[in-house]
Design a protein around this ligand. Structure first.
Ligand SMILES: [Zn+2]
Length: 365
């Protein structure tokens, strides 16, 4: 609380009067000086200082700081991913795995990291398949070429999923890309992103079935997952554990769970020799606006508590009520739906996305 001239409370927005005296008081009982000391930056020419705040069983706080160059940061990220895969048993020896590869920073880095892991494992390494979705102009786009080149350079088998594939899986009467654009002009605009994400994952699953693969790797990193947890905690919807979750007959693995976006950026820059191109998010990724806010909050949380993911994800994996949720299968797309206890809707036989698409008349019955 801030006071002017001893006893006048100063509101949040106030123009300071040079003739007054101001006093701010910390009205909660904690040691702010002690906390701030943990964050004091050490003079360093390092390109990146990695911080991790840990809490000992005695309650003692310890801030671990590791100054890193681009090169040591990249080696560090490889180490973290290797540890994540090992510690959580994400991959069995020689297991085939399918990776959704858009060509962006996240999935591109994941491909390079999985390839590095495979090479380090020698004969026990996983067999990596990558699939890229063909959109309107992807055949000519740079990211598309980049995805193909990246897969080739790292000896990963690469497949292009034709635009019509989603139409078949979802029984659509027009292309998915067109549907998403249409959706943006309706009152359901805030659902377009969920429709996009769900259809992408479901198409990956169907392609995985074709390959006989049961494990799917996604390039979700720390910030993505923290934002999702915040959403789940504040709405009461249950979300599966990280870095590995069962969804119906598939296991999704998230090897980047303990790699914050910033470190992924450094890794990508080091390995490719260029700064990732910041692609403009799709129209539907700014709407719903709550998603923006969850991402902002997830970033702030990591700033105030570097390494919070190590605590939140492991705690969630242990305490989540839905570590093995009950799934129903959607009668249209075949996707698995985890039944929620929060929204006590009765199961209608179709997933939310298929019901949405049907409401707009885009599904051929
Ligand atoms: Zn469905």
């Amino acid at each position: 609380m801030t006071y002017r001239d001893d006893d006048v409370i100063v509101p949040d927005h106030h123009v300071m009067d040079p003739d007054s005296s101001y006093v701010s008081r910390l009205i909660e009982g904690y040691d702010i000086t002690g906390i701030r000391r943990l964050f004091q930056s050490h003079d360093s020419s390092a390109e990146y200082v990695r911080r991790r705040l840990s809490v000992a069983p005695t309650g003692a706080l310890n801030m671990e700081t590791t100054p890193l160059t681009l090169e040591t940061a990249a080696a560090h990220v490889e180490g973290i991913v290797r540890e994540t895969i090992g510690e959580f048993g994400l991959l069995e020896p020689n297991e085939p795995i399918l990776l959704g590869l858009s060509g962006g920073v996240d999935s591109g880095s994941l491909l390079m990291l999985l390839a590095a892991y495979r090479d380090a494992m020698g004969a026990d390494g996983p067999l990596i398949h990558a699939a890229t979705f063909q959109d309107f102009d992807s055949k000519w786009s740079e990211t598309f070429d980049f995805a193909r080149g990246l897969a080739e350079r790292h000896s990963v088998s690469h497949h292009v999923i034709e635009a019509g594939y989603a139409e078949k899986v979802f029984h659509l009467n027009r292309p998915m890309a067109q549907i998403l654009m249409h959706l943006m002009e309706t009152d359901d605009a805030h659902l377009a992103m969920y429709a996009d994400h769900h259809s992408t994952r479901r198409v990956l699953e169907v392609y995985a079935d074709e390959l006989g693969v049961k494990k799917i790797a996604l390039g979700l990193h720390t910030t993505d997952l923290l934002a999702g947890l915040l959403n789940a905690y504040t709405t009461g919807f249950s979300v599966g554990p990280a870095p590995s979750r069962r969804v119906g007959p598939y296991t999704y693995v998230l090897p980047l769970a303990f790699t914050p976006k910033r470190e992924l950026h450094l890794y990508y820059t080091h390995r490719t020799g260029h700064t990732p191109k910041q692609t403009t998010p799709n129209q539907w990724e700014f709407n719903p606006t709550d998603r923006n806010f969850y991402y902002y909050m997830a970033d702030q949380m990591q700033w105030y508590w570097p390494g919070i993911e190590n605590w939140m994800f492991t705690a969630h994996a242990r305490t989540a009520p839905d570590t093995a949720p009950r799934h129903e299968q959607c009668g249209n797309c075949g996707g698995s739906v985890a039944l929620q206890t929060a929204g006590s809707d009765t199961w209608s036989g179709w997933c939310d996305v298929c019901r949405l698409l049907d409401r707009h008349g885009w599904i051929d019955r």
